[in-house]
Write a protein that binds this ligand. Structure first.
Ligand code: IMP
Length: 427
């Protein structure tokens, strides 16, 4: 009966795909519950690299059924581009089941995402430009298009017309752009209707039935705690709830059915897009982390901002999400530093704060207070046993565990599926 959530505790790109992968054959169903193709899940299997933006990373796990929950926003072109791309590389995967209530990203959402960012100038969020924010806005404004609308072409057309009504005025009168034609958008959406029809399901009922039957369901988070629209560094956030509560609202499974919440944390910190990041490095050390960790956005190719591990950032995520375990990724990237700074507190307006502050204006001006831990030089990529890690490496893990107030149950020591050190079972 276990329901397990895997989510990011920082600003995304923690290597959640790897943690999902580490759970491997124990999992019967993998469900995505938030976000869309703004995500970039990289999984390396047999030396081959796969990047999934919309598909759950668990799709490469042949034993698991994959589901796209109602909390996800779906770009149908991307869905089929990714499925066909996997097939072209000889990866035979099952088509994911898709909640009838998931919302569709249309071409007008993408257009609006790009023009509003351009219009915002220096105040831009640095979105991925995939139409995520405008699609969630429509959902909340009750003018969104749901996957189930693909089943009725006339209804779909009416909804597209209604949704475009005000948007076209905005596009023409404010942004000086051309009107978008509802017929063309409807056609674009219907192009995939027949292919997707057999996979549209009542995902909430299905998942609850599977949990009743004793199956293991993995709720795969996208983005991360600090990009959550409620708990993240607002307004520099995405427009959904990647936090643990989002796994319930985004799938239709109640909180009493969740047994485990695994927070994924990178051994240092990265961020893409705008927004505060106290432990960010602007010098050669940052360049080195970026180069060693291959820190370039999987979705947009943008260089990621890099900095040291920020303990209060991960601690608050563990608290808010009720994490039972943490999976620490990319520890191997830290090999070779003489000493490794860890942000343990902040100086905010001249005062020390050991915890993540209450307001964004405080976090915006927070200066990191570092503790320096001794580094290690050994290559750890082939180690599979915690006790065989270099002593300073073990001490780093143990100190992080104290600071983030959660046990570290698994460690990533390289990109490969097998490159993990497991300390506690995750299922
Ligand atoms: P949006 O989700 O495209 O609206 O972008 C909002 C913010 O979230 C931007 O700063 C993006 O760079 C960031 N973001 C969205 N998805 C991801 C992700 O999967 N990893 C890291 N950052 C992301």
């Amino acid at each position: 009966m276990p329901g397990i959530i895997v989510l990011g505790t920082q600003w995304g790109d923690e290597g959640k795909g790897k943690a999902v992968d580490a759970l491997g054959e124990h999992v019967d169903l993998v469900v995505r519950y938030s976000g869309g193709n703004n995500a970039g899940h990289t999984v390396v299997v047999g030396g081959e690299k796969f990047i999934m933006h919309l598909l759950p990373a668990g799709i490469l796990n042949r034993n698991a059924t994959t589901v796209i929950g109602n909390g996800v926003v779906v770009d149908l072109d991307v869905l089929y581009h990714e499925l066909d791309g996997l097939a072209a590389r000889g990866e035979v995967v099952d088509h994911p089941l898709i909640s009838a209530n998931a919302h569709l990203i249309t071409s007008y959402h993408q257009t609006l995402d790009k023009v509003t960012e351009r219009f915002a100038g220096r105040k831009r969020i640095g979105t991925t430009g995939r139409g995520i924010g405008p699609t969630y806005s429509d959902k909340v404004n009750r003018v969104g298009i749901r996957v189930s609308d693909l089943l009725d072409a006339d209804l779909l057309h009416d909804k597209v017309v209604a949704s475009l009504d005000m948007k076209n005025q905005t596009l023409v009168k404010i942004y000086n752009r051309r009107e978008i034609d509802a017929d063309i958008v409807t056609e674009q959406l219907l192009a995939h209707a027949e292919r997707i029809r057999p996979y549209i399901v009542d995902a909430a009922r299905l998942l609850n039935d599977e949990l009743d039957a004793g199956k293991v369901v993995l709720f795969e988070g996208a983005q991360a705690h600090h990009l959550d629209v409620d708990h993240g560094t607002y307004p520099y956030v995405t427009s959904s709830n990647p936090t643990a509560g989002g796994a319930c609202t985004g799938t239709g499974v109640g909180p009493t059915r969740i047994d485990r919440v695994i927070g994924v944390a990178k051994a240092y910190t990265t961020r893409v897009g705008e927004g505060p990041f106290p432990s960010e490095l602007f010098d050669a050390a940052g360049e080195r982390l970026r180069a060693d960790g291959g820190e370039y956005g999987a979705t947009t190719g943008r260089p990621r901002r890099c900095g040291w591990f920020d303990a209060p950032v991960v601690e608050v995520a563990n608290r808010v999400n009720g994490c039972t375990d943490v999976f620490l990724t990319k520890l191997d990237v830290l090999s070779g530093w003489e000493r490794i700074p860890v942000c343990v507190a902040y100086e905010i307006n001249g005062q020390r704060s050991d915890i993540y502050p209450m307001t964004q204006s405080e976090f915006q001006v927070a200066k990191p207070i570092f503790e320096f831990l001794p580094g290690w030089t050994e290559d750890i990529t082939k180690i599979r046993d915690f006790d065989r890690l270099p002593a300073n490496c073990r001490a780093y893990v143990k100190r992080l565990e104290e600071l983030i107030r959660c046990r570290i149950s698994g460690i990533g020591v390289g990109p490969g599926r097998e490159q993990a050190v497991m300390i506690n079972d995750l299922v």
